[in-house]
Ligand binder design. Structure first.
Ligand SMILES: Cc1cc2nc3c(=O)[nH]c(=O)nc-3n(C[C@H](O)[C@H](O)[C@H](O)COP(=O)(O)OP(=O)(O)OC[C@H]3O[C@@H](n4cnc5c(N)ncnc54)[C@H](O)[C@@H]3O)c2cc1C
Length: 409
């Protein structure tokens, strides 16, 4: 009997379990480990402060795992890659022949002085990257009718790097609709030199911020949050006053990855970015946010990568060369308020460009342009996630990015 162990039953781990159970025969046992039985639809955290009921975000994990996969509900403590076993927090030992690490990334408010340890935490200082945080922010917004609102992210990488911008556009729209826009001063604060990392998207999104009279504070490397004076302070001495601060903290990989010596400085596992095999351990593959691949940490990336990973994994266990090469394909909707959204489609080598998607000319979606159909696509993603992504079903979008419909800059 061969043993496959999957660490983490979130987006990537659940997809991997579903995809591999159909491909691996009865001579394979598959076990997946997670600390609890609550699967969160994390993109929903963006909407909870505005309209989505919090209960809609959570479903039971085991309902999305296939028959023939053992679910172990425990905290993972450490991986022993040389002896090929995993230690759980209660001391239990799980041996493996092949390991998939899918333990994601986690927001670390403890890494910004004055954030989680400050007196204003969950009062005037908020985040929306956890369910608890987005519920607290919903309540704070309900009481916030005037003043200076800062939306900030501390550093890259974070999950869904466009989500802070989306929140900014949605909150602007909320106050505009309420007739309070002139009473709420909104600033988007970023460590980047513009609204986004790549030039074409940065220009489009920067224009949108200007059109909505949202200030942009760029190149802002946060040093601390001053709770006494209510200022966000940067290393170069800038101090931005706030009445409400929404700040997305830096992210790291899982603690057990760090404790096992498998991660880089931030606890992300170095992998071959095309095969997703761990650089130093040929029996370990890494899916989803847990790896160091240089693309967005997003469910869409996890999905595209998982499709290619299956063929590579089957080849690797058969001792054959891996046939597929992942290009870093990411596909992200960006809510822009007014019931519209933009769509970004890019990979390791091609920045987000304008054009149509998925078909050349006809779309029906438009890249880097706010449209209603893109917004409907974002809303439909919730059902696509539960019904197609997690079960590992194919989407009508190629795993590697296509240039069809894209305008060359
Ligand atoms: C606000 C927000 C908006 C987003 N919007 C989008 C979007 O629009 N589109 C998109 O594609 N993506 C979006 N994402 C990103 C997407 O949710 C993540 O990239 C995706 O969930 C990553 O999947 P994963 O499997 O790598 O990690 P996760 O789904 O986070 O799963 C990791 C699992 O590992 C488990 N785990 C970790 N450590 C341990 C341990 N020690 N013991 C036991 N279990 C452990 C965790 O409990 C968790 O279940 C968004 C994320 C956020 C926060």
């Amino acid at each position: 009997m061969n043993t496959l162990l999957i660490l983490g039953a979130g987006t990537a781990g659940t997809m991997a379990a579903n995809l591999l159970r159909t491909k691996l025969g009865d001579d394979w046992s598959i076990t997946i480990v997670d600390r609890d039985n609550e699967h969160h639809y994390q993109p929903g955290y963006l909407f909870v402060p505005f309209w989505m009921p919090e209960g809609r975000v959570v479903k039971e994990r085991d309902a999305f795992l296939p028959d023939g996969v053992d679910f172990v509900q425990r905290d993972i403590a450490r991986v022993h890659p040389d002896q090929r076993w995993v230690e759980l927090a209660d001391g239990q030992r799980l041996d493996y022949d092949w390991l998939v690490i899918a333990s994601g990334s986690r927001p670390r408010p403890d890494l910004v002085p004055g954030m989680a340890d400050g007196s204003l935490w969950r009062d005037k200082v908020h985040e929306f990257y956890t369910l608890e945080g987005s519920v607290a922010l919903r309540d704070a917004l309900a009481d916030f009718h005037e003043g200076r609102l800062l939306v900030h992210f501390a550093d890259q990488p974070i999950k869904c790097p466009v989500a802070p911008l989306e929140f900014t556009f949605l909150v602007e729209d909320k106050y505009r609709k309420a007739g309070l826009r002139h009473d709420v001063d909104i600033t988007y604060v970023t460590p980047l030199d513009g609204a986004f990392t790549k030039p074409v998207a940065s220009e489009t999104l920067g224009d949108l911020l200007r059109q909505r009279s949202i200030r942009l504070a760029a190149d802002f490397a946060v040093e601390r949050i001053d709770n006494d004076t209510q200022h966000l302070v940067s290393w170069d001495g800038r101090e931005l006053p706030f009445d409400l601060l929404v700040s997305i903290p830096p992210h790291t990989g899982a603690q057990f990855v760090m404790d096992s010596g498998l991660g880089d400085d931030l606890g992300f596992v170095p992998v071959d970015k095309h095969t997703l095999q761990a650089v130093d351990h040929e029996r370990i593959f890494v899916l989803g946010d847990a790896s160091d691949i240089p693309t967005s940490k997003a469910g869409s990336v996890a999905h595209f990568a998982a499709e290619l990973f299956v063929d590579n994994f089957l080849a690797a266990v058969a001792g054959e060369p891996m046939p597929r090469s992942f290009d870093g394909h990411a596909n992200c909707f960006v809510e822009s308020g007014r019931n519209q959204a933009l769509l970004l489609d890019f990979n390791y080598d091609t920045q987000p460009l304008t054009g149509t998607f998925p078909a050349a000319g006809v779309g029906p979606m438009r890249l880097l342009e706010p449209t209603r159909i893109n917004h409907l696509g974002k809303l439909a993603f919730e059902q696509v996630y539960w019904r197609l992504l997690l079960p590992g079903k194919r989407l009508p979008v190629p795993a590697n990015m296509s240039m069809a419909g894209k305008n060359e800059p």
